[in-house]
Ligand binder design. Structure first.
Ligand SMILES: [Mg+2]
Length: 259
């Protein structure tokens, strides 16, 4: 009776950036109230959840969800422009304040450095439209779950502090909207730039996943390449991160955060 080794259940980690300190186990997609009272139909509930198709909706905080996998929100009145200054979020505009790789809560962020919000303001003043494209793969299909709520609320906290008109697009799944694929860009251009076609020669994307030796990925560079706009690292754009090498080593930290 005994020789059986006890193993902790393995957590499947398909994507290394999907480790999720936010997630409260099992709280993914809220089921109807009556489900929570059921004694055994756990399997049934899971099956139902799998089948549940995602509809578009808007949260009380003004986030819109567009199936299958995009959250978007506009802060202020972001005017259409043919010049797009686009940014990744985690490891690019902000790092975690806690120093943890993954944000602990919605207030766990600090600017990449002092120059980041200042430069963004300067771009807005020069007529660039500011757009953020972020992969938030920890959300997956749990678009009404607690992880989603915390991640979106953290973005709110960042953008409110920024105080510049900006549009944010966040991809929740591993599909054609996820960087390095260009789906989020096309979604933005087709519906959220007043019909103005971006001039690729004047537009650019800044991101920390640049495929450098210490980088965890090259999804940001791939995104810019796939769109056909210029690519810059946060170091190119803003200089060194606050916290120096330590922060740099953590780059990518955040929610999915991360890329
Ligand atoms: Mg990043």
């Amino acid at each position: 009776m005994s020789g059986r080794p006890r193993r902790a259940p393995k957590r499947s980690k398909k994507y290394d950036d999907e480790v999720d300190d936010f997630s409260d186990e099992g709280s993914d997609v809220p089921l109807s109230d009556s489900d929570s009272e059921d004694r055994k139909p756990r399997k049934k509930a899971v099956a139902a959840r799998g089948k549940k198709s995602l509809d578009s909706f808007t949260t009380d905080e003004g986030w819109s969800f567009e199936p299958p996998s995009i959250f978007y929100k506009e802060y202020g009145d972001a005017q259409p422009s043919d010049k797009i200054a686009a940014f990744d979020l985690d490891g690019t505009l902000v790092n975690t304040k806690s120093g943890a790789t993954f944000a602990k809560d919605d207030l766990d962020w600090k600017w990449y450095n002092k120059s980041a919000p200042e430069k963004i303001q300067a771009y807005a003043d020069e007529g660039y439209k500011i757009v953020v494209f972020t992969n938030q793969g920890t959300i997956k299909s749990a678009v009404k779950g607690k992880a989603a709520e915390k991640i979106l609320s953290r973005i709110d906290s960042i953008m409110e502090e920024l105080g510049v008109p900006v549009q944010v697009f966040a991809c929740t799944m591993d599909d054609h909207y996820r960087k390095p694929e260009r789906g989020m860009w096309d979604f933005f251009v087709s519906r959220f730039n007043g019909g103005v076609a971006p001039d690729h020669s004047k537009s650019f994307f800044v991101g920390d996943a640049a495929g450098r030796t210490a980088d965890f990925a090259d999804t940001d560079k791939g995104f810019a390449d796939n769109v056909g706009i210029g690519f810059r690292t946060p170091e190119d754009e803003f200089g060194q991160a606050d916290g120096g090498k330590k922060a740099a080593a953590k780059k990518g930290g955040g929610g999915d955060v991360v890329s």
